[in-house]
Design a protein around this ligand. Structure first.
Ligand code: CTP
Length: 446
């Protein structure tokens, strides 16, 4: 019996896939089809698939052409499968011509003709899109636009910056179709807005965008008071709009899995969370301008607040802040939270440097996430008995912004029914912590 194997993603299953499977089947007597898992696709940077692995497997099954379906989970698996299943022929579309020649050592490699004029990429383009207008064209926006190219259904249609020269240069560099001269012009050209302007302008821009009926993805820090945060959520709810904060760490694969592991009690009860984020910054930078809510707290606190709130909840009793000040801004702040049954702390700095790691201590063991923990692709769960220690690795592709963009777009296209990785309550509490700090509650200057 001649065994043939072929692999694919088979997203939005189409005639080209069917023809390929048929041609592959005709090469032998028994056809094995490998379907990539969602995680493997993510790892390869392919995160724009519309169907999940179960749907894609079902589509292949429905053709009746596959005698066996296997899932492809890791790089190098093809060689293992060929040997494990005693495969005679590896078949794949001619778009891969030459690429899999290395498999000739293990079986015969055949490149089959591809069906012209159809592909999953093409079909995905025909689906509804979210047209995003960008407010603010600084460094984070410059990373956001290229990252959005990797997200299916996200199209950057316009950009706005009150400084027209900067805006024109940005739109030319990133090929943004509309250089908006006003917010109205931006709103006319989009149905969602990404706010990447200076921190102190977030509230006004977010409110204006929501009032104009636009979904909002707002950069961190969201806003600086509880009332402002609640007001924005209320407008979003009344108008059935998605309001999301671009806290990229929350959307990365590693953080998502760390959250699930901790909730399944791999280290028992969590007793302490400690995390640091320090980014040495030029003293003349706007980030250290006291008239524009600059400083370490406003710039970096949202990152450690995320694991603290995710793992311990938002119900803390009090917070003490210890800040090293210069020119009226905090160059460094340490915050200590008291919970009923736990304690948390963080260090943030723009003028002081420390190790940017995170440790979560529990009654059975602890988690160590090395620097920079907020964009990690790796962490370790450690126990008293070191033989039990376990290392976890995850993809972190590109700048990592594509994960939050994907969730934002999915939320809009599913009319908000998509699970939100950071809740309204968590975002409101983060704004409240910023407010407590600005008001100087329990603030000790050193
Ligand atoms: N294929 C084909 N003809 C097409 C599209 C795909 O023969 N018009 C083949 C590919 O060469 C591959 C298999 O179908 O052997 C699975 O390809 P997959 O990457 O899942 O499909 P694409 O439509 O090419 O997906 P994408 O556009 O995301 O690359």
């Amino acid at each position: 019996m001649k065994k043939v194997i072929t692999y694919g993603t088979y997203d939005l299953f189409h005639q080209g896939h069917y023809n390929l499977l048929k041609r592959a089947k005709n090469l032998g007597d028994y056809l094995i089809v490998g379907v990539t898992t969602d995680n493997f696709d993510l790892e390869r940077g392919k995160m724009n698939t519309c169907n999940n692995v179960m749907e894609r497997i079902e589509a292949v099954k429905a053709t009746g052409l596959a005698d066996q379906i296997v899932i492809e989970e890791y790089r190098g698996q093809k060689i293992d499968d060929i040997q494990k299943y005693g495969v005679d022929i590896f078949a794949i579309g001619s778009d891969w011509e030459g690429y899999f020649d290395y498999l000739n050592e293990f079986c015969k490699v055949v490149y089959l003709p591809r069906t012209e004029g159809i592909s999953s990429t093409q079909l995905r383009k025909e689906r509804p899109t979210v047209n995003i207008g960008v407010i603010g064209t600084g460094s984070i926006a410059s990373r956001f636009v290229p990252e959005s190219d990797n997200v299916n259904s996200a199209i950057i249609t316009a950009a706005y910056n009150p400084n027209l020269t900067e805006n024109t240069a940005f739109c030319e560099q990133f090929k943004v179709p509309v250089t908006a001269h006003s917010l109205d012009e931006l709103y006319k050209n989009c149905n969602a807005v990404y706010i990447a302007s200076p921190h102190y302008t977030h509230y006004e821009y977010a409110k204006s965008s929501l009032m104009a009926g636009k979904h909002v993805l707002c950069e961190t820090p969201f806003v600086f008071s509880k009332d402002q945060a609640e007001e924005l959520y209320q407008i979003a709810e009344e108008k059935s709009l998605v309001l999301m904060v671009a806290l990229k760490t929350a959307y990365t694969p590693a953080f998502g899995h760390l959250f699930s592991l901790l909730k399944s009690r791999v280290i028992g009860d969590i007793v302490e969370v400690n995390a640091s984020v320090t980014t040495l910054t030029d003293e003349k930078s706007e980030k250290l301008d006291s008239t524009r809510i600059g400083g370490s707290m406003s710039e970096n606190a949202c990152f450690p607040l995320l694991p603290i709130f995710k793992f311990l909840g938002t119900d803390f009793r009090n917070i003490n802040f210890y800040s090293k000040m210069k020119n009226n801004v905090d160059m460094f702040t340490k915050a200590v939270f008291r919970y009923d049954h736990a304690v948390a702390s963080f260090q943030v700095g723009l003028g002081v440097k420390t190790e940017g790691s995170m440790t979560i201590a529990g009654t059975r063991g602890y988690v160590y996430v090395p620097a920079p923990w907020w964009k990690t692709d790796y962490f370790e769960v450690r126990y008293e008995d070191q033989n039990q220690n376990k290392k976890y690795f995850y993809p972190f592709v590109g700048e990592g912004l594509r994960y939050e963009i994907k969730d934002f777009v999915a939320s809009i296209l599913s009319n908000g029914s998509c699970f939100s990785k950071v809740s309204k309550n968590e975002n409101v509490k983060m704004a409240e912590v910023q407010e407590m700090y600005i008001k100087g509650n329990n603030l000790f200057k050193i």
